[in-house]
Design a protein around this ligand. Structure first.
Ligand code: ATP
Ligand code: MG
Length: 425
């Protein structure tokens, strides 16, 4: 992509009403646009990051036999009433609306009840179980606070998976697999080293649920971390019973600020009982399906990456989710330099290397460098009279290559650059 063609532009200042670092950097970089507090549009650069995150999540969900669907944002009162979650006293973040004939509707807060109803038309016998379904879909929540940028939105995308098993034992097997899949996702998106399995309160059917908490000062949660064991507990379960059950020593726990990037929850038969999702066992008995739910917010994950990895110059994207792999900058208006830069651009494109080409005219070298730091693309390559100094003498070179995280670059040839980038995918 040629930066001169990109409709978004970088900004020197973030909107004055934006207090979070993630929103500030993402707005300045042109990744997102703020519609209102807690509601953001994703622009070309931001959408590329989200799609990369989604694809990693999708691969890991498919690997544990998840089947992808899309459910609706409009939901019926009748679907939620039997589960006792329609009333505003029980769920205080509903956005509700009405049809012309006064029928009450809600905008999806979550999808346990609708997915249970869908599965009722397909699950009848033990032969139909287990099944795992997931989606990437919009949730609406009238959150009281919306000061954490894209980490806490009133409209946001969630990946939610729901598991349907014959019994608790079958459920537990899947639940353990889902933990590994989640850990893979956080590793692959570049926050594995600062993300911890955290014990949280469970519900009727299990003592604990699990959150995946990423350490960052921007987090709204407090966790207590055992750095040696690599597990944490949250506030709700910070008590003597939990400590002894998990073999944790109170004095060794460190209090940390963190953000919940994902969570997994044993629902048991709460929804299948309420909505009558039953199956026939091998002996002909009718039993309620045993369920679980598994959520991740791709937008919250993206915001968390920005918060946790950025430096004072801008964003630092892990290669796996970066909007482009390489940022190619051409400096000055020398014709030979510009011809060479265009040749390099074409050749990267031909080799399927995702490249953003800063071919903007009348933008100073200093501004291009500052923008490259702000946008945070992993490899910065520069073509200039200086980088091409040895090229004409036939000594190779021609491109200055520097990682976003490095202080100093080195001169490489086009072949070397392509080799380096191709083998790294
Ligand atoms: P929190 O306690 O932070 O409000 P939650 O317990 O309500 O989160 P779930 O309803 O289980 O979270 O949602 C699953 C995942 O969706 C969360 O782990 C998070 O990644 C994401 N998520 C939840 N609420 C928001 C939000 N308001 N904006 C963006 N992402 C969110
Ligand atoms: Mg919440």
């Amino acid at each position: 992509m040629r930066q001169s063609q990109l409709f978004t532009k970088t900004k020197k200042e973030a909107p004055s009403d934006e207090v979070s670092k993630n929103a500030e950097l993402l707005i300045r970089g042109g990744f997102i646009h703020k519609e209102m507090a807690g509601v953001y549009s994703y622009l070309p650069l931001g959408l590329r990051v989200i799609k990369n995150i989604e694809n990693i999540i999708r691969e890991e969900m498919n690997a544990i036999d998840g089947q992808e669907i899309t459910m609706t944002a409009l939901q019926e009162k009748e679907t939620w009433e039997p589960t006792d979650q329609w009333s505003d006293e029980k769920i205080d973040v509903w956005f509700k609306t009405k049809l012309k004939n006064e029928t009450e509707l809600g905008l999806a807060v979550t999808h346990e009840a609708p997915v249970t109803k869908i599965m009722k038309s397909f699950i009848q016998s033990y032969r139909d179980l287990p099944k795992f379904v997931y989606q990437f879909q919009t949730k609406f929540r009238n959150e009281a606070r919306a000061k954490s940028g894209i980490m806490r939105c009133r409209e946001f995308e969630m990946k939610d998976l729901y598991s349907f098993c014959k019994d608790e034992q079958e459920h537990n097997e899947f639940y353990e697999k889902s933990k590994v899949a989640y850990q893979n996702i956080f590793k692959r998106t570049g926050i594995g080293h600062i993300t911890y399995l955290t014990f949280a309160s469970g519900g009727m059917f299990s003592k604990y649920s699990h959150e995946f908490q990423t350490i960052t000062g921007a987090g709204e949660d407090t966790i207590y971390l055992d750095e040696v064991k690599g597990i944490a507990i949250n506030k709700e379960v910070n008590n003597v019973e939990t400590l002894s059950l998990l073999g944790l020593d109170k004095d060794k726990l460190v209090e940390k600020r963190a953000v919940e990037v994902g969570n997994i929850f044993t629902l048991g038969t709460r929804f299948s009982d309420a909505l009558n999702l039953k199956y026939q066992t091998e002996t002909g008995e009718l039993k309620s399906v045993f369920m679980g739910s598994y959520g991740i917010g791709p937008g919250r994950l993206m915001g968390t990456v920005v918060e946790a990895l950025a430096d004072d110059k801008g964003i630092i994207w892990p290669e796996s989710i970066a909007p482009f792999k390489v940022h190619l900058l051409v400096l000055g208006d020398d014709e030979a330099v510009s011809t060479e830069a265009n040749k390099i651009y074409e050749s990267l494109v031909k080799n399927n290397i995702e490249v953003l080409f800063d071919d903007r005219k009348e933008v100073s070298a200093g501004e291009k460098f500052a923008d490259a730091d702000l946008l945070g693309i992993p490899y910065r390559t520069v073509v200039s009279t200086r980088s091409m100094k040895d090229l004409s003498a036939g000594a190779g070179g021609g491109i200055e290559l520097k990682k976003r995280t490095e202080e100093k670059g080195k001169i490489v040839s086009l072949d070397e650059l392509i080799n380096l980038l191709v083998t790294r995918t």
